[in-house]
Write a protein that binds this ligand. Structure first.
Ligand SMILES: [Zn+2]
Length: 754
């Protein structure tokens, strides 16, 4: 302790003597003089933010269940629109007609060796004021499960990801004709029924195990924040790695008279019926399963021995849905720019919830509203953004990014022409900054984090994040990086919120921002995600709601005001080079693993090592993977590194205060704002053309989890060697073209091109 305070003292002295005052700190994209003005503007912005607004709006918006298509969802959209209008935004509600199945019948019953019917309901709690609004609550279910009536023996499949089925294969257990029961976690939920169906299961049950989501994590609600035995997780199981959005109108806006495909031709429904249940409902089912004991890391925290099955537990599942179209209402609010009005800085957060949704999504929504209000207030002082700012409150996010996807599809051409950057947020809580996005935006993000104060520790949120990363780093290399790297490393974006259509379909550079990490709990997608829960456990006095507004507000203000769009290329080029290293290692490891395994099979080592009293099925030999030719990718990445280095060097002199500079800056902006689109291809990724970005995509078998350089990475992971080589060629061309555009931007910056 003493040692630590000594260091702090030294730092404090140095900072007083040598630190720049806030107004001297450089801001990427601004001249020194304009950076000073920007700092002054941001100080005014901060001073206008009020926690009371966040609290009042959250209470108002979460007062009743407000899922897609509900009456309160409509009322919330109108309320949000009226706020934007009252602040002077040019506001409209844009409506789409989207397919939204809701349950007519849900039944899960154990029929052997004994009888038990799952309750499938979350009880009303006296301590939670909105938990009793039962007539308006959506029941616990998974949206876009097909209808079905199936009976089969149960097999416990752990998280239900592909590796789990390999483990079952080794034990001679399969799910053909049976019902798989998987626990939540380990992947996005939609992957579980998808992989179960690929292995021949006829039904799938997903339950929340207390080990991952319940009493093992902390005291349960209402005593603590965690999921109680009857809490269950609703959620979409649409096959979003194929495409998000309305299932009936892939690729086009779901307007009232859009051409719709037939329900039988939809490719994003599950192939088998699936339903989520609580651990209270799961325990009798799991207890009735016999067969081999589950491997140690498959066991949850229920007071039972976990067995794999199949049977003798036998389950009857019956699901029937009302497949209707409902309106999705996006609130779109514009603040026109002055001299670069044709460049759009977009900012969005969804407003729909599964039930009352105080945390998901209203914690993010109310911070965005307060940010928008404060920005509108600034215009009363005579300030105006140079670029157009567009706020978007999306509907239908929970079902599959419906509102944002339909809007981005409907406005695709305009977005490709005008979209500069999209900044997304969703749930927000107490803790640390978490930022993901296009790697050209790392410096912008870092400089914003440098200038936002952490409300609990009174250091910058950048410093708090750095300290935490150093403390948690488990290798000296990671510790060194956390200490010495000048920039925050943005996480690559997979999916799971509304940035997906902007980044991965249209190719608008995007970010996703939120605070969290000290807001643990288990209210996610349950009736207990309420105002009461949020204000007791997640961010009780909304101080991180304010930190979020200060962060995203700064991003919006800097992007809207900059002399030149604050984009850099070295950060992106270096990140790509890291991905390339990962890919070459991945291919090498895949090769070594197959060779080693084939040798062990030849030597019968698997059988000899296995317990002779248990069933053990050794793996089958596989052809040795060929060496892949990474040379085209290595050449392309190294070309990009040279181009990026050149651009970042010459762009240092732009923006400038020289006369006529603004003409050059405007030309440069045009080049910069479209450059992310060069990373997309119209034909998209293999087997999923909707996903056009060649560097970032959600994983085909992870769901929300990102796969970088997905064409190559997934081909290697799936052992599709011919496809891997072809994808290396394709991505290399994309990177070369991108590098050529960076060269062009550098020429404009030099004043040699327009
Ligand atoms: Zn959300």
């Amino acid at each position: 302790m003493k040692h630590r305070s000594l260091i702090l003292l030294t730092v404090a002295i140095t900072t007083t003597l040598f630190a720049q005052t806030t107004s001297d700190k450089p801001i990427l994209g601004f001249t020194a003089a304009n950076a000073a003005k920007e700092h002054a503007l941001e100080a005014q912005f901060d001073a206008k933010l009020s926690r009371d607004n966040l609290r009042n709006w959250m209470q108002r918006l979460s007062a009743r269940p407000h899922h897609l298509g509900s009456d309160y969802d409509r009322q919330n959209a109108e309320f949000i629109a009226s706020l934007f209008r009252s602040w002077g935004y040019d506001t409209s509600i844009e409506e789409f007609q989207v397919l939204f199945p809701t349950p007519r019948k849900r039944l899960v019953e154990l029929i052997a060796p004994e009888h038990f019917t799952a309750k499938l309901s979350e009880p009303v709690l006296a301590a939670d004021a909105t938990s009793g609004q039962t007539s308006e609550q959506l029941p616990v279910y998974n949206a876009y499960s097909i209808d079905g009536d199936v009976t089969g023996d149960l097999v416990y499949v752990n998280y239900g990801v592909p590796a789990d089925y390999e483990e079952l294969d080794r034990r001679g257990i399969d799910v053909k004709g049976k019902i798989a029961i998987a626990r939540y976690g380990g992947s996005w939920r939609g992957i579980k029924p998808k992989v179960a169906a690929e292995h021949g299961a006829i039904g799938c049950i997903i339950y929340s195990d207390p080990r991952d989501d319940g009493y093992y994590q902390g005291d349960v609600y209402p005593k603590g924040a965690y999921r109680n035995e009857n809490g269950a997780q609703r959620g979409s199981v649409m096959d979003m790695p194929i495409h998000p959005g309305d299932p009936l109108t892939p690729g086009v806006g779901a307007t009232a008279n859009a051409k719709r495909i037939d329900r039988k031709d939809v490719d994003v429904f599950t192939k088998i019926p699936v339903l989520p249940i609580s651990y209270g409902d799961a325990q009798p089912l799991l207890r009735a399963i016999a067969g081999p004991v589950a491997p140690p890391d498959w066991r949850g925290a229920l007071p039972i021995t976990y067995h794999l099955g199949p049977g003798p537990a036998r389950v009857h599942m019956q699901l029937e849905f009302d497949w209707k179209l409902v309106p999705a209402r996006d609130v779109i609010a514009r603040l026109p720019g002055s001299d670069r009005a044709d460049q759009w800085v977009m900012r969005g957060n969804h407003h729909d919830a599964w039930v009352n949704g105080a945390e998901d999504p209203l914690s993010g929504q109310v911070a965005m509203l307060e940010e928008a209000r404060a920005i509108a207030e600034l215009t009363k002082t005579g300030w105006h953004p140079r670029r157009t700012i567009i706020y978007c409150a999306w509907d239908g996010e929970e079902e599959g990014l419906l509102g944002s996807t339909e809007w981005a599809e409907q406005h695709g051409d305009e977005l490709r022409q005008h979209g500069a950057v999209y900044i997304n947020s969703d749930s927000n809580g107490r803790g640390f900054l978490s930022a993901g996005g296009s790697h050209t935006l790392e410096r912008l993000m870092t400089q914003v984090a440098r200038d936002v104060n952490d409300p609990q520790r009174n250091v910058s949120v950048l410093e708090r994040l750095r300290d935490r990363e150093q403390v948690l780093a488990h290798t000296p290399e990671l510790r060194k990086e956390a200490r010495e790297r000048a920039l925050i490393r943005l996480d690559a974006l997979g999916s799971g919120s509304d940035f997906t259509p902007f980044l991965q379909h249209v190719g608008v550079a995007s970010m996703n921002i939120g605070y969290g990490g000290e807001d643990g709990g288990g209210s996610y997608h349950s009736i207990y995600d309420s105002f009461d829960h949020y204000t007791r456990f997640i961010d009780p006095n909304f101080q991180y709601g304010i930190a979020q507004a200060e962060t995203t507000g700064r991003l919006v203000l800097r992007l809207a005001n900059a002399d030149v769009l604050p984009i850099e290329f070295m950060t992106f080029a270096d990140t790509l080079s890291r991905y390339l290293d990962e890919l070459t290692k991945l291919a090498q490891t895949a090769r070594n693993d197959v060779e080693d395994r084939n040798r062990l099979i030849r030597e019968r080592a698997f059988e000899i090592a296995a317990d002779p009293t248990q069933t053990y099925v050794p793996p089958k030999p596989e052809p040795t993977p060929p060496f892949l030719n990474f040379a085209p990718l290595q050449n392309a990445v190294s070309k990009l590194q040279r181009s990026a280095h050149d651009y970042d060097r010459v762009a240092g002199s732009v923006p400038s205060d020289a006369p006529k500079a603004s003409v050059r800056e405007a030309a440069l902006d045009q080049a910069l704002m479209h450059i992310e689109q060069a990373l997309t291809l119209p034909e998209g990724l293999p087997r999923r053309p909707w996903f056009r970005h060649q560097i970032y995509a959600p994983g085909f078998y992870t769901g929300y989890g990102v796969k970088t350089v997905p064409g190559v990475r997934e081909a290697v992971e799936q052992k599709q060697w011919t496809e891997a080589n072809r994808q290396i060629e394709i991505v290399s061309k994309v990177i070369e073209n991108y590098a050529a555009q960076v060269d062009r931007a550098a020429e404009i910056a030099r004043g040699r091109a327009e």
